[in-house]
Write a protein that binds this ligand. Structure first.
Ligand SMILES: Cc1cc2nc3c(=O)[nH]c(=O)nc-3n(C[C@H](O)[C@H](O)[C@H](O)COP(=O)(O)OP(=O)(O)OC[C@H]3O[C@@H](n4cnc5c(N)ncnc54)[C@H](O)[C@@H]3O)c2cc1C
Length: 230
């Protein structure tokens, strides 16, 4: 797998966190494989999560009635998006595999990561009409969600208090990643690291490292409703 490009989009404030450890393991394993690994460490970068007019550096198409979709689409074509967005788009463009590493916040990404998606995956770059789902503009790339939870695996089962974890994966894996053309690998979910014993946490980290050894051979999931809502 020498020469493959891996981008890890990482959202945790604390390097010594479980998320920090999961991210470090991925960096180690891929580096040993000879991959080129890039980490977008969103909190350290102080990544701006807000989608605003400032994301367009040139003249607006319609300053009287601002539309983020229209303006960013046109700005992308003209190369007039702000430099922080262009930099992240360059990383995405080069990546063969993107791993999103984050703690689950309110059944979703932390806001800083959602903001990264809002601002980086603009129309014309990540998708278009036509040019979405199986023909999404990021097709040929692989994506994987690796996240930790507060709730236990039982809570995230179909009968559990939170419901099947797959229900909350639908908007992210299907609504964002599949929409943009990614092939989506099964998520890596590290359940309730705060509430388990040290040995169990170490086991989670070992399992992640073992999975990453063979990640390039893994088939993507079938990103259709039947995978989520069986
Ligand atoms: C705003 C908000 C919303 C939330 N919403 C939800 C929700 O909707 N659903 C839900 O289930 N949860 C939710 N949570 C809980 C959240 O998902 C968990 O707190 C988080 O996933 C825990 O991961 P962490 O990396 O922050 O853990 P940490 O607390 O950083 O780590 C857990 C433990 O792992 C230890 N550790 C780190 N590295 C190693 C290592 N290498 N070896 C052994 N141990 C190690 C740490 O020392 C620590 O003791 C929410 C939390 C917040 C703040």
């Amino acid at each position: 797998m020498t020469g493959k490009n891996v981008l890890i989009v990482y959202a945790h404030q604390e390097p010594k966190s479980m998320n920090g450890s999961l991210k470090n393991i991925a960096v180690d394993v891929f580096s040993k494989q000879g991959c080129n690994v890039t980490v977008s460490d969103l909190y350290t970068m102080k990544f701006n999560a807000a989608a605003t007019r400032s994301d367009i550096t040139g003249d607006l198409c319609n300053p009287q009635h601002f539309s983020y979709s229209i303006e960013t689409k046109e700005a992308f074509k003209k190369g007039c998006l702000s430099e922080d967005i262009l930099e992240e788009q360059r990383k995405v463009h080069e990546a063969d595999l993107i791993i999103f590493q984050f703690p689950l916040y309110w059944f979703s990404f932390p806001a800083i990561m959602k903001g990264w998606i809002d601002r980086v995956f603009v129309q014309g770059f990540a998708f278009d009409f036509p040019g979405c789902y199986d023909t999404g503009l990021l097709k040929g790339k692989i994506a994987l969600l690796s996240f930790t939870t507060g709730g236990t695996e039982d809570m995230f089962s179909k009968e559990g208090v939170k419901g099947d974890v797959k229900y909350l994966l639908w908007p992210i894996q299907h609504g964002i990643l599949h929409f943009c053309g990614f092939q989506v690998l099964a998520p890596q979910i590290s359940y309730a690291p705060e509430y388990v014993a040290e040995a169990k946490r170490r086991d989670m980290l070992i399992k992640w490292a073992q999975r990453l050894e063979n990640i390039w051979e893994e088939p993507p999931i079938d990103c259709t409703p039947s995978w989520y809502f069986h």
